[in-house]
Design a binder for this molecule. Structure first.
Ligand code: NAD
Length: 252
């Protein structure tokens, strides 16, 4: 198994990509601490995954929660080998439609929380383990902005840049920091966006499928498999990379 006995913490683990990643990681032998805002959906995932999975509810808007997450994970999992920073929010709007509150919340969850969790995890990993992995979930829209999502695209560009910086700075500590950059993935985040706009969700997803050269948008498992690869020794020479996972969808 590719993640045999790896102890990983996964944020946003009750959502589409997070849940798929938790399932894949446990199937590959990992012990996971799953975190998200609400306890109840996390409990359900843990019941499904059995004793390899534990949960911890918390709000990434709280700096103290982010700062303590690596320590809490290490204490619950009896050590820590890596972190998957998957949680995120998407806010729609061009600059004129972006309120201060949207901008602040987007940065707080998509960037500040990732920064704080990486900082505390790298402090723990360098002193206690002298190795480790971090996988951040960026977005193709952070590399090639999509329309009308200024705050989201800007935060995901920051995640990509942060990943490259951390990968470079901490390669000598044997901590590999990488990111995945998906394009559209069929998750609650994508579907709720269509609902908010009053669109027929299945029709909108079919239209998006047709825009992808591989013939469909991604499933959460398509992304989870790449995250698991980045946590595993199979990616031992991949460091500071942002891997586009987009079915060859053209940019722009
Ligand atoms: P999702 O909405 O299904 O899951 C996101 C999870 O993050 C949710 O469970 C949510 O509760 C959690 N979260 C949000 N704010 C939080 C907070 N303050 N505290 C704790 N948890 C919080 O979305 P998803 O599509 O699975 O997204 C996962 C990641 O993938 C995100 O970073 C997203 O930006 C990225 N992504 C998604 C797509 C897509 O098309 N779905 C494309 C590119 C990148």
């Amino acid at each position: 198994m590719r993640l045999d006995q790896q102890r990983l913490v996964i944020t946003g683990a009750a959502g589409g990509i997070g849940r798929a990643t938790a399932r894949r990681a446990v199937a590959e032998g990992a012990q996971v601490l799953l975190t998200d805002r609400e306890a109840e959906p996390l409990e359900r995932v843990c019941v499904e995954l059995g004793e390899a999975a534990q949960w911890l509810a918390g709000d990434l808007l709280e700096p103290a929660f982010c700062d303590s997450l690596a320590e809490q994970a290490a204490s619950r999992l009896n050590g820590l080998d890596g972190v998957i920073n998957n949680a995120g929010i998407i806010t729609r709007g061009n600059v004129l439609a972006t309120r201060d509150a949207d901008w602040r919340a987007s940065f707080a969850i998509n960037v500040d929380a990732v920064f704080r969790i990486c900082r505390s995890a790298i402090a723990w990993l360098t002193t206690q383990r002298q190795a480790g992995v971090i996988v951040n979930v960026a977005s193709c829209w952070g590399l090639y902005p999509g329309p009308d999502h200024l705050a989201y695209c800007t935060t995901k560009a920051a995640v990509a840049a942060m990943t490259r910086c951390l990968g470079r700075d901490h390669a000598p500590d044997r901590i590999r920091v990488n990111a995945v950059a998906p394009n559209e993935v069929d998750t609650p985040m994508l579907r709720s966006g269509f609902e908010i706009r009053g669109l027929n969700v299945d029709t909108a997803v079919s239209e998006l499928d047709a825009s992808v050269p591989l013939g469909r948008i991604a499933t959460p498992d398509d992304i989870a498999d790449v995250i698991v690869f980045l946590c595993s020794d199979q990616s031992r020479y991949v460091c500071g990379s942002v891997i586009e996972v987009n079915g060859a969808k053209p940019v722009g």
